[in-house]
Design a protein around this ligand. Structure first.
Ligand code: ATP
Length: 311
């Protein structure tokens, strides 16, 4: 798959000298779903704004579909749909006009059938003649999505799409994301909900203090997260791990008083029963056992924390 969005050492320094992006490099493949995670103020919105041409990067280059977002702004922008974090709709405008007008803004010919299909898909058809101010918060969010999709973008940005929305809308959103993905649209979303990223993304990126700390396939991250540790406290300390146990992923801890066995929770067999039997055979007496699993959340907190230490 080719790159749809190419971010090459993007930097953003706001007036007053604050460095919100400190050289981000990232290539996003056509048709993939990338979730950007990071604490408040990490630079996620700034990065999205730079890609969408709302804000100009202070350094580096960003291309969408091969078009530079600064020198070839119109071409690049017409490929992009943005669902912003904040509702920015004209309160007195009707739903139908709001969405139709948005398509026109990108120079696309009028296509009422497309707008009708979009409004129906987003359960907004009954509200098409309502003014924006007459809608609930959730419905306004649906209008934002309809607006973002009105001109058939090839890249869709969702900035905190499910912050404060109800379960039904959240489910609808993910259905829409799945539909868009089936159409080959590239999707980039920011979220604070790790389980959401887990459910929907192909790849996960972590941003902290303007730097990209990690970008990894979700499956690889899950494999990492799927590891669990069995800690075996021993009656008598060991000097070394016995040769006959070298097949196991074992480490000595607590000056030989404990053995730590790492295993894959997703594997069909964890090897725990075999290990315990092997220990008994060696005459190693157990005092206690406990397990712990590193969660995805822990991985992120650790990453963000390490990033802070290095700063
Ligand atoms: N127009 C601006 N002028 C000056 N500083 C800004 C401006 N916009 C954002 N910032 C600062 O840049 C940093 C990154 O902000 P940004 O909105 O990109 O973060 P974010 O990762 O999207 O955070 P959140 O999760 O809270 O939405 C923050 O410290 C913010 O205060």
């Amino acid at each position: 798959m080719s790159a749809m969005v190419e971010i090459d050492n993007a930097m953003k320094t706001y007036e007053g000298g604050f460095e919100a992006l400190k050289g981000v490099t990232l290539s996003i493949r056509e048709g993939e779903i990338l979730a950007l995670l990071g604490p408040n103020g990490a630079g996620k919105t700034t990065l999205i704004s730079c890609i969408c041409g709302i804000s100009q990067p202070s350094g580096g280059a960003i291309r969408v579909g091969g078009h530079d977002v600064v020198s070839d702004y119109r071409e690049a922008r017409s490929l992009v749909g943005l669902v912003p974090q904040e509702v920015n709709l004209e309160p007195f405008e009707k739903v139908w006009n709001t969405v139709r007008f948005s398509r026109g803004l990108f120079g696309k010919p009028r296509d009422d059938a497309h707008i009708e299909a979009l409004l129906k898909r987003l359960s907004l058809w009954d509200k098409r003649d309502n003014q924006i101010k007459e809608l609930s918060g959730g419905m306004k969010r649906r209008v934002l999505i309809a607006k973002a999709l009105a001109h058939d973008p090839r890249v869709l940005f969702l900035d905190e799409p499910t912050a404060g929305v109800d379960v039904e809308l959240r489910r609808d959103m993910w259905r829409i994301v799945e539909d868009m993905r089936a159409d080959g649209v590239t999707i980039i979303l920011t979220t604070h909900y790790i389980e959401e990223a887990e459910a929907i993304a192909d790849r996960i990126g972590v941003i902290s203090k303007g730097e990209l700390l990690l970008v990894e396939e979700k499956s690889a991250l899950m494999a990492r997260m799927g590891r669990k540790e069995l800690r075996i406290e021993l009656q008598a300390p060991l000097d070394a791990i016995p040769e006959s146990l070298s097949d196991y992923d074992l480490a000595l801890a607590d000056e030989g008083r404990a053995l730590v066995y790492s295993y894959d929770t997703a594997a069909e067999r964890t090897g725990i029963a075999r290990l315990i039997a092997a220990l008994a055979e060696k005459g190693i007496v157990l005092r206690d056992v406990s397990t712990r699993q590193s969660s995805l959340e822990e991985i992120f907190v650790g990453l963000v924390h390490d990033g802070e230490d290095a700063a």
